[in-house]
Design a protein. Sequence first.
Length: 316
Amino acid sequence: MFNQFAKEVEERLQAHFETSGLDVQVRLNSVLKVNDINRQGIIIKPEESKVAPIIYLEEFYKDVQDGSKDMDGVIDELVSIYEENRAMRGQIHLENIFSFDQIKNELTLCVVNTAKNQEMLNEIPYVEMDDLSAFCRIPMINSEEQRGFMKVTYELLDAWNVDFNEVYDMAISNTHSFNDFRLYNMEDIIGEMMGNGAPQNLLNKEVQENEGMFVLTNEPKVNGAAALLRPDVMEQVSAVLGGDYYILPSSLHETICIRKEGAPPAAELGEMVREINATQVDVEDRLSDHIYAYDSREKKIHSVRESFLPLKEHSL
């Protein structure tokens, strides 16, 4: 059923642009996303453009299935998105991606679980950290309504004629300034939801706050787990929490930090992560099913083995 829907969307969009006298190519495209999730999208590319963003169709299909949209409404919305993207071309830099000098200051990073992304990682260069991997991306759409990225592939490296280490170092350098990392007390975030004002960013603050849970993310709250790749940020968190701490990978977009001293057992925290992943986090947004720890003396992150197994297996 979905495949029929996608094919009809492709045909109707192509007919729309031909009737309008526009030289636009429409084609379906399958994309391998984070956690090896395949998503079906559609590319609407003007003849003069080398590349174009992909618009994923699953949500549109759901809208048709539940009756909130009909096919005419879907086509109208896709045409509207295409026109908005065309208007944003100067921001998206679609035509600049084949020039490293043009794009290098846009590079950023995404961190994923290595085991859950084997198929995707086979296609792109990456760097490993414990059981996580980091790859480089280029932001293609960056508005309040939409965010999109293009992975740096081996083909792009060849086009740039640049070594991946240089690309990765540039992305690391950019990631901090792009993301503007934030550390919030969980109680303050809950307070904000109740109308008590915005939470205070505790990074770079002299006062130490040792109690409770702390949310580490970035200003847009998109791919905020990339903070794990910044040794300086992780050291700043240690300064706020006063030493070693556990890291609960709540999603690709944020992590939860808890001072190790006085924390619940690692096995319980691992169980908490797995339960939240199973009930509250989309598969595409999951980072890991166990916890990590930051060693303030070694200034390193490592997996906590006690958090791997379900609680019932610890007693066997």
